[in-house]
Design a protein around this ligand. Structure first.
Ligand code: GCW
Length: 696
């Protein structure tokens, strides 16, 4: 094993690496040959556009080239040898090849090409798009190529986003706290707005744009009605102005009860004419301040939030009323399907499907139904929600959770790329084999023109944005997958690792390795084999498999684990709650059969038990349930120990500041993984009465 000298990667940046710069570090290219090629490929930059976005592009390129190559790129109006030309048909008609326009139109809004070519006999590189924002994405793409040390002399790239709206949902409260936030307080400093817009907002916009994110819902879905008051809307407008140059549109979570809660009307009934008028006036007010306002995200009749059901109205009546207020302005409604009233079904995970599928076809065209990836609630592993593929007439938006509510907050290192890929790659079979969730979300499966993917943000005002240095990889991966859900999560991890930690393979390979394994490790030591809901009350961090929540049965751990003297797991087969039949064929039979149900979902769909030999029957893999359980919990802890060892190997090969922070967190993770194993096995042992092999 070659141990690199500390000077190469470590000391040079000592003190400067606090994580603030995320993956936009633009670290100097050290390899002399590569540096030489890069320097000779780029001599100057031509940005003729005059918009704020064009200014942002120029600034970014200059910052990027200065960092990466140690030289600034002089601006020029003429394409000299080695020019980097940033062009739209409007800004640079003289350079823009007309044949590119059709290509870009086909690739969609925000698309771009990056091409090495000759102009007047000179070698240049063009970044071209129909819009300045597309050029901004292209500029970030080029900087990413340089930052990951790719060849750039003969480029011929064209890219367009596969999902139109790529949105971060911030669960930020107006008092600055963040629901399920683990990286400090909100980035939005409401007290200071609109007079002062924190500089950090620009860097947030840059980071988002660099990975293609083009929208942000600023406030918590448990929405304070105050956000819609005029006093707050001017603050929202100030943020929208600051983010617009980066192609970011602002959306808001709207409290459905606002007309009543704000004291304007006695009701919020969606069929009441005054209520309808109230929302229209409100929408007009918003669009006057923010002409490109994205729309409303709504959590209705869920966990105590008001909604149309309060007035005997249905979800479509509520959503359409809001959609009609926004339609003439081009806004959309993202209506969440996170509902679970126990009057609908005894099994919590069946409820959303039962409430929403009968409404397919009843929503206005500018309504998305926003569905969490799994049918329960952002667990470390769930099968995909059966709503995907079950509402062909309605554009379904996928909601992922970037913040690690159930995945170790900002203490455990868990790279979520593999979790999201598992979801996106799941075959719904809605239109036969190959009807992947990914195709539902892009709109391809059912021919929807608009599409949306949302990620519950993990950002806060901690200096390093996301608390754990590796949590930033989840922000990065969310953006990259939202842009193109077919990307490989390992390739994304590699990109992020190179940009964040340096390009040396001795560093990148181990980092990618530990990232790639981290999610399965976490599943193993928290909830293997399809177990779920074993988290402590409210905080959702530590294990509490015996937890009983007096407020609701379906908030209690035992509701999900269903451990008893004979076995373990929730019977969702046809002899149980029959959740299996919410999926398209052939999945119901596959999930229903103990022998064909994928092992990772076994205890999700089955109460695995044997009358004659409790806990001792053989699993499809040949081990007994107890043996499998013990082995998964043990493996999980072992895997985290290996992650820690890998990290120790990296000591001195990355900057000490970030290394130390990650090391501290991994130390805690190792301890807590063991605690998870011990607490869960002990609890299940109370039912199995089997010995727990000695763990150390
Ligand atoms: O998982 C639950 C969270 C709540 C959250 C809710 C939701 C914003 O524990 O904190 O509320 O989901 O998604 O609405």
């Amino acid at each position: 094993m070659v141990i690199l000298s500390v000077g190469f990667l470590g000391v040079q940046n000592a003190g400067a690496e606090d994580g603030y710069r995320l993956w936009l570090r633009y670290a100097r290219v050290e390899d002399p040959a590569l540096l030489k090629t890069y320097k000779s490929t780029f001599s100057s930059v031509v940005v003729q556009g005059k918009t704020e976005t064009d200014r942002a592009i120029l600034k970014e390129l200059q910052e990027g080239f200065q960092g990466l190559l140690g030289k600034s790129l002089p601006t020029s109006d003429q394409p000299q040898e080695g020019a980097l030309i940033v062009e739209t048909p409007q800004s640079s008609p003289q350079f823009f090849p007309p044949r590119w326009e059709k290509e870009l139109q086909d690739l969609g809004e925000g698309s771009y090409v990056i091409r090495s070519m000759e102009v007047n006999g000179r070698h240049v590189t063009a970044i071209a798009s129909e819009s300045p924002v597309g050029c901004l994405y292209g500029a970030f793409h080029l900087l990413r190529l340089l930052g990951t040390h790719q060849p750039v002399e003969n480029l011929d790239l064209s890219e367009g986003p596969k999902v139109k709206r790529r949105v971060l949902d911030h669960w930020d409260n107006l008092d600055g706290t963040i629901e399920r936030g683990y990286a400090g307080k909100s980035l939005w400093k409401w007290q200071e707005l609109p007079g002062h817009v924190d500089d950090r907002i620009r860097d947030y916009g840059r980071a988002c744009a660099s990975i293609g994110i083009n929208g942000a819902v600023l406030n918590n879905v448990n929405a304070d009605p105050k956000i819609l008051t005029s006093a707050y809307l001017v603050k929202v407008a100030a943020l929208a102005d600051a983010l617009r140059p980066y192609g970011m549109r602002v959306y808001l979570s709207a409290n459905f009860g606002s007309p009543k809660a704000l004291g304007d009307l006695p009701t919020a009934d969606p069929l009441d004419l005054q209520v309808i008028a109230w929302w229209k006036v409100k929408a007009d007010e918003i669009y006057k301040l923010i002409p490109d306002f994205g729309g409303f995200l709504v959590k209705a009749n869920s966990e105590g939030q008001p909604g149309p059901n309060d007035y005997g109205r249905s979800h479509d009546q509520g959503a359409n009323m809001l959609a009609r207020a926004l339609a003439s302005h081009g806004g959309v409604v993202m209506w969440r399907a996170f509902v679970y009233q126990d009057s609908v079904d005894k099994d919590r995970i069946k409820r959303a499907y039962k409430e929403f599928t009968p409404l397919d076809g009843k929503f206005d065209p500018n309504v998305f139904i926003q569905v969490k990836n799994g049918p329960l609630d952002f667990q470390p592993r769930e099968p995909f929600s059966p709503l995907f593929g079950a509402m062909p007439k309605t554009p379904l938006a996928a909601e992922l959770q970037v913040t690690q509510e159930y995945l170790g907050h900002s203490t455990h290192l868990v790279y979520l790329g593999p979790l999201w890929k598992e979801f996106l790659d799941s075959d719904t079979y809605a239109k036969g084999r190959g009807s992947k969730v990914e195709k539902v979300v892009t709109g391809e499966l059912d021919g929807h023109g608009d599409s949306l993917i949302a990620g519950v943000a993990n950002t806060g005002d901690d200096r390093n944005w996301c608390g754990h240095p590796f949590a930033a990889a989840n922000w990065y991966a969310f953006g990259r997958l939202a842009w193109d859900p077919s990307l490989d999560s390992q390739v994304i991890a590699q990109e992020w690792a190179r940009l964040t930690w340096g390009n040396n393979d001795q560093v990148v390979a181990p980092i990618v390795d530990l990232m790639t394994r981290s999610r399965e490790a976490y599943v193993d030591y928290t909830c293997p084999l399809g177990l779920n809901g074993v988290f402590e009350k409210d905080l959702h961090y530590a294990p509490d498999p015996g937890m009983v929540d007096p407020r609701r049965e379906d908030w209690s751990a035992a509701y999900y684990t269903r451990a008893d003297a004979k076995g373990l797991g929730f019977d969702r087969t046809r002899s149980g709650s029959d959740a299996v039949d919410q999926y398209h064929k052939p999945l119901p039979d596959r999930f229903n059969n103990f022998k064909t149900c994928p092992e990772p979902y076994l205890l999700w769909f089955h109460h695995v038990s044997w009358d004659a030999i409790p806990w001792d029957g053989k699993m499809p893999c040949g081990n007994t349930l107890w043996e499998e359980l013990v082995s998964h919990y043990g493996n999980g802890v072992e895997k985290v120990r290996l992650m820690k060892q890998t990290w120790e190997y990296l000591k001195g090969k990355v900057d000490g500041e970030r290394w130390g922070m990650v090391d501290e967190k991994l130390k805690q993770q190792v301890k807590e993984a063991a605690a998870w194993r011990d607490k869960c096995l002990k609890y299940f042992q109370g039912f199995s009465k089997k010995p727990i092999p000695n763990n150390s």
